[in-house]
Ligand binder design. Structure first.
Ligand SMILES: Nc1ncnc2c1ncn2[C@@H]1O[C@H](COP(=O)(O)OP(=O)(O)OP(=O)(O)O)[C@@H](O)[C@H]1O
Ligand SMILES: [Mg+2]
Length: 287
């Protein structure tokens, strides 16, 4: 009990403008390792396609889901929206098509009503109960994606080893910078994650090389290959770490998780170093 109350979740948004690049699957892999390591994780499905929801929750569309947090008329308690999955460490706030009503694309409209700040309070209140809170975003930069960024500490951008100019990376990166500037200075980019990598294709190998040169340290070392066993695990709705714990695929999930943890630690170290040097600077000024 005591340990639970000391949790402060790391909050991560998984986002890209392009569809089908492995956003939901990245959330799946991280959740799979949380289950294995007994880390409490809350998956917030921010995509009305509800792919993540349907993997973990039966009849997720019937009850209120994430849309309730965007509805000013409801003033919903986020705890009432949480559904338990059959996996003890994995909880879900489901999505459904009712989210469409709130997922405005017109920025002027949502800024007027501050809809983009809808997730900030709910996330603060849920942080103590989890080790990780993950937002799985739709392939759009509408208000729900912005709201996830406004409430998060970190961002992961999955992309394919193909022309990244065509994957909306420029727009996503600009959106992150804008959120950092105006709404959430705490937000940090954890990195670009190459997903659905087709190892046998020469052009993907060559894009991977270019991508590493282009993004440098912001490219994850872990690459998630396109493998049938990953697809099987999603289809069977069993985390890969449980379905095939000794497989290469489970090891890839663990490597991704370790890298996420290490990147969070490194960024936290940088922030505390910056805070300390600010304190030192202000002490010198005061002296
Ligand atoms: N590494 C992988 N190996 C095999 N199949 C994968 C892998 N990653 C994702 N898939 C499968 O590819 C499909 C698309 O992946 P996913 O749903 O994660 O993409 P997405 O970016 O979330 O898509 P959307 O933009 O529609 O939300 C899914 O059926 C998923 O199970
Ligand atoms: Mg998805």
């Amino acid at each position: 009990m005591r340990e639970r109350s000391q949790h402060r979740a790391s909050v991560i948004t998984v986002i890209n403008l392009k569809g089908g690049v492995g956003k939901t699957h990245a959330s799946w892999l991280l959740a799979a390792v949380c289950e294995e390591r007994k880390k409490r994780v809350l998956l917030v499905d921010a995509d009305m396609q509800a792919n993540l929801t349907s993997s973990f929750v039966e009849e997720g569309h019937r009850e209120p889901g994430v849309e309730a947090l965007f509805d000013p008329a409801q003033d919903a308690d986020p705890n009432t929206l949480i559904r338990k999955s059959v996996f003890p460490q994995i909880d879900v706030i489901p999505a459904n098509t009712r989210l469409a009503r709130f997922d405005l694309a017109d920025r002027h409209l949502w800024e007027k009503t501050e809809l983009h700040l809808s997730l900030v309070e709910p996330v603060s209140s849920l942080r103590p109960s989890y080790d990780f809170i993950l937002f799985d975003c739709p392939p759009r930069l509408s208000v729900v994606s912005f709201a996830a960024l406004c409430a998060s500490d970190y961002v992961v951008i999955p992309l394919e080893a193909a022309d990244w100019g065509a994957q909306g990376i420029v727009q996503v990166t600009a959106a992150i910078e804008e959120v950092q500037r105006h709404y959430n200075p705490r937000l940090k980019l954890l990195g670009y994650l190459v997903s659905r990598f087709k190892r046998a294709r020469a052009y993907q190998q060559s894009y991977l090389k270019q991508l590493r040169t282009h993004f440098g340290g912001l490219a994850f070392d872990t690459v998630v290959p396109d493998l049938a066993r990953f697809e099987q695990s999603v289809t069977d709705r069993i985390p890969i770490t449980l379905q095939a714990p000794r497989s290469e695929e489970a090891d890839i999930a663990r490597a991704l998780f370790r890298e996420v943890e290490a990147r969070i630690k490194a960024l936290a170290g940088q922030s505390s170093h910056r805070r300390k040097s600010n304190v030192r600077r202000s002490t010198v000024v005061a002296a």
